[in-house]
Design a protein around this ligand. Sequence first.
Ligand code: ADP
Ligand code: MG
Length: 680
Amino acid sequence: MQDYEYLLSSLEKVKGIGSKTIQLFFKKKIKTIFDLLWHLPISKIETSKTTDIKNLQIGKDQSIKIIPIKYNFPRIRNLPNRVNCLSSNEKIDCVFFNSYEGYIKKILPINKEVIVYGKIGFYKEKYQITNPKIVSESEDGNIKDLKNYSLTEGLTITKYNKIIEEVLKNIPNLKEWHSKNLIEKFDNVSWKQSIEKIHNFDYEKLKNSKYLRRLIFDEILANFLISSQIRLKIKKIKKKKKIFNKNIKFKYLKKLKFELTNDQKNAIADIENDLNSKQRMFRLIQGDVGSGKTIVSLIAALSSIKSGYQVALMVPTEILAKQHYNFSSNFFSSDIKIDLLSSKTDYLNKKKILKNLEDNKINLIIGTHSLFQKKIKFKKLGLIIIDEQHKFGVNQRKELSDKGGNDCDVLVMSATPIPRTMMMTIYGDMDVTLIKEKPKNRKEIKTYSKLDSKIEEVISFAKKEILNGGQVFWVCPLIEKSKKLDQQSAVEKNIFLQKYFNKRVGLIHGSMKKEDKNNVLNDFLNKKIDVLVSTTVIEVGIDFPKANVIVIENANKYGLSQLHQLRGRVGRGDRKSFCILIFKSHLSENAKKRINILKNSNDGFEISEHDMKLRGYGDILGFKQSGIKKFKLADPILNKDLFDLAEKEIKKIEKNSSKLGDYYKLLKLYDRVSIINDII
Ligand code: ADP
Ligand code: MG
């Protein structure tokens, strides 16, 4: 057996674990010995120092000797099960939420002294311990201090400690996977030493210790390594170079009323290189809302078409598809055949489009997800462009790149800036080009905060802007009024605002039918209404050039990045634009900080860094849905230096593939190899 295979074997291998215990762990997704080791202790239980009932401290975690006297199982919903106990002849209760009676009886037998551990409370003139952990039946009086783990429901903490001890005893010495240079940065501590230390930890001391840092680094590296392997594999696929004249684009660009920004030009250059190379393109263009990604993608389409290929442009919504269709129909001359395919396309038309795609009579097809149905066949698909697809995870991206065959390049565009440290984590499988620069004609969006009692002022302001030809978005957190949540609802706001704006107010929200939504959005686009009340569903990517005011109710309900995204719905034309954040009563310090960040910066990348610092990385926009495994130990904020180090190391490994062999073990342990095999 390979040494690491012990770690990957199932828990049956551990002495003292029966099938019941295995089930318990299984529920917590702990299947292998390695998984178990990953579950770190949260604190130390000093059982040798039980506390006398007179010295209990409310709110603290303490251990105490008790004798159960009587069970109280009320069998009424929401009422906890209680066990009345005595300690030095004084009353104390053990309280259980969500625990079976049988389990309670087993761990707290009447009249038998036990030591329990947990948070001390005080209720109706009595001490109580909620969901206590049973340390041990104190028979021999000889008790060791224990480590406290979070998942001991159904298992005594003593038993849990025994299991961990048994596992730790058998940890193999693994051959070091890091290079000498690198491991020196962690004082040469091995994986085994680190794991052992962490499970026997001296809590506070270990937080910044080399042991923990080494484990964190391993986790980050395993994560990056898999992405980088996927990227390299995609690059190995040879495709036919696309041959085109780079000057043709200027004929089209001349038609625009504006000059491209330098970042747009750079992005185009990156793409041209990719198209013109033998390696397949798998590139992400990341740019803030309004940074002008559409035009970049259309130039990419042009180059591919001029080299004899077809292009598919996929967007999340029908309106956006229509908007891209209109824009590209104007932008390209009639020698480029463009068509639009959506769920609205009628049967006959659809049939014709499918035939034309197969006969290479359409050069550019624009549509929603419907573009990727099996029955759609291209004669010669050379480029897939995906716009505004934040929810695509690694697997879906890979699937897409396979769709078009080997000669098909893939270009993904996203308007959700993410912090730099997260780039590799989320998009490590792609080449990335950033568009940071905003078009020069952009007027800054002024951001204000207002108390909700001043709503009349906001309304008069909006009226004035509408008189000057503007339009207003009005965003509420809820669809309908809620009894529980004191927040504004779009439905009510719509009714409320009608009288102020001559009934030229529309409403859209997530539970409306697609068709109704589209009608309202079209009314807003065509200026049949002046105010659009909505939840945050306002479709991404659509250009509303006349809209110049966005009012956001209960603004403290949103994260910074989300507020910035919402704000980006306005300010796309050359009109001066405003974002008004509405708050209830007085602002907390945190809220003030957030408003100041928004007022002072219009840079989505910078804002995403602040957002991550304020809310933690798990919550940053789009990340949750991206399907990426959450880190167990690593934290992109606290461990930024390790993320940077891992990125550098990955570059070295990419250059020298013989190093990969050593890392295979690491990947195997972190369950990443199966991902590689699945994906590639
Ligand atoms: P996004 O990056 O959010 O997709 P778009 O491509 O929709 O942005 O561009 C937003 C608006 O800016 C469009 O009306 C587009 O025509 C315009 N635009 C794009 N590039 C420039 C530029 N370099 N200068 C001025 N306006 C531009
Ligand atoms: Mg866009």
